[in-house]
Design a protein around this ligand. Structure first.
Ligand SMILES: Cc1ncc(C[n+]2csc(CCOP(=O)(O)OP(=O)(O)O)c2C)c(N)n1
Ligand SMILES: [Mg+2]
Length: 392
């Protein structure tokens, strides 16, 4: 197999092409074959190595419930029967909670960052842990692995697959379905299908998925809208979700969307930004103007630095210091760059405006006035255990 990064002239901090060890893969496969309650968490490593099909075959053959990290989104389709959603601070109830019930946790191309694990001393203590990664320094860094499978995920998963037996975990998967039903009842209905009141971020995100047939590339900035976009976008194809994980850099969205459109000109590229983050790099509308790049930029305007306001609400008695914010007239800003603009304030106009934006031949800024004080749930409070996930 040839790897383009072999040709890099700079020196990598890790060995880019570690040789997988067959005996370690055999141990991993044996553990997976004997597991009663196995669970997979896959991250961006799967996408970077092009191992999506191998991951899917593993999930299907061994019938394992599989959760994604933020950057693992879209590696397998959202509607896959074994897909159980996202883990992490604002991930889904079932995979977060059941991380502490599985007997074998199989982490693939992910690094157990603190947004995923919460309190490490209470994270998956009951489970045997298998960690697939290409970077040796990720092993045992945050979570001690029982079996560390070093190598490129496509290569290691291909070998693992030859050793995996067909299995059936219907009863275990039902535990996920039961908790998913709780989450849907407690959270989804209110944010996804409200019939009155202000438009919510979640419904904008979901309408975009519906109109684009789950085939758009979704790019996000950082904040509440980012979490709503992760939670409620649906995907059919890999490499369809781009977001700033790790550093979580506001202002990332618009320039990243430009890059996405240049990389995949045949796709619809829809960028969700907050009113705060959009202002950090809105000068990139100049790049869009100059090169005529067809990016659809949606500003979900809640009049706040919403994610910070959420923490002030939940943990600081609603002391909204420095989070309520005014925005410039985004219509004037857009017209200064000769970019089409529209503002939506009423639910009745939402779908038609999204369709108008998506069918427009060229870039478009759509500002949607959304509910101001709406929090993203579930939430694992910082430093809490995955089982302390809050539904409200
Ligand atoms: C450059 C930068 N500054 C500050 C933060 C901390 N931060 C994270 S989310 C957020 C608020 C984002 O507000 P907005 O863009 O309006 O999005 P919303 O949360 O309202 O959807 C802030 C200040 C950050 N992630 N990046
Ligand atoms: Mg905001």
């Amino acid at each position: 197999m040839e790897y383009s990064y072999n040709k890099c002239s700079y020196v990598k901090s890790y060995i880019a092409l570690p040789e997988p060890k067959l005996n370690v893969i055999q141990q991993a496969a044996e553990l997976i074959n004997n597991a009663k309650k196995p669970m997979i968490i896959f991250g961006q490593g799967v996408i970077l190595s092009g191992a999506e099909q191998e991951l899917k075959q593993l999930i299907e053959k061994a019938d394992i419930p599989a959760a994604n990290t933020l950057l693992g989104i879209s590696a397998i389709e959202t509607d896959h029967p074994n897909a159980v959603g996202m883990v992490g601070m604002h991930g889904n109830y079932a995979p977060n909670f059941l991380t502490n019930s599985c007997d074998v946790l199989i982490a693939i191309g992910m690094r157990f960052d603190d947004r995923i694990t919460g309190d490490l001393s209470q994270y998956a203590k009951q489970a045997q842990i298998i960690h697939f990664d290409i970077d040796k320094s990720e092993f045992h860094k945050n979570v001690k692995a029982n079996i560390a499978v070093l190598g490129d995920a496509k290569e290691t998963l291909t070998t693992t697959l030859t050793l995996i037996e067909k299995n059936d975990h219907t009863a275990w998967k039902q535990e996920f379905a039961d908790l998913e039903a709780v989450e849907k009842k407690e959270i989804w209905d209110e944010v996804l299908s409200p019939t009155e009141g202000d438009i919510t971020m979640a419904e904008v995100v979901r309408r975009v998925s519906e109109i684009t047939n789950n085939e758009a590339i979704v790019v996000t900035d950082v904040g509440q809208h980012q979490m709503f976009a992760c939670r409620y976008s649906k995907f059919k194809n890999t490499k369809s979700f781009i977001s700033s994980g790790g550093l979580g850099t506001m202002g990332f969205g618009l320039p990243a969307a430009i890059g996405a459109k240049l990389g995949a000109p045949e796709k619809d590229v829809v960028c969700f930004s907050g009113d705060g983050g959009f202002q950090m790099t809105m000068q990139e509308l100049g790049t869009i103007m100059e090169y005529g790049i067809n990016v659809k930029a949606i500003i979900l305007n809640n009049g706040f630095l919403g994610m910070v306001r959420q923490w002030q609400d939940l943990f600081f008695d609603k002391r909204y210091a420095s989070t309520p914010m005014m925005s410039p007239d985004f219509g004037k800003i857009s017209s200064a760059y000769d970019i089409e603009y529209k503002k939506v304030t009423e639910r009745d106009n939402l779908v038609s405006s999204l369709k108008e934006m998506l069918s427009h031949d060229g870039s478009f800024v759509l500002e949607v006035k959304v509910k101001e004080e709406l929090n993203v749930f579930p939430m694992i409070p910082g430093g809490a255990a995955v089982t302390d996930v809050r539904l409200k």
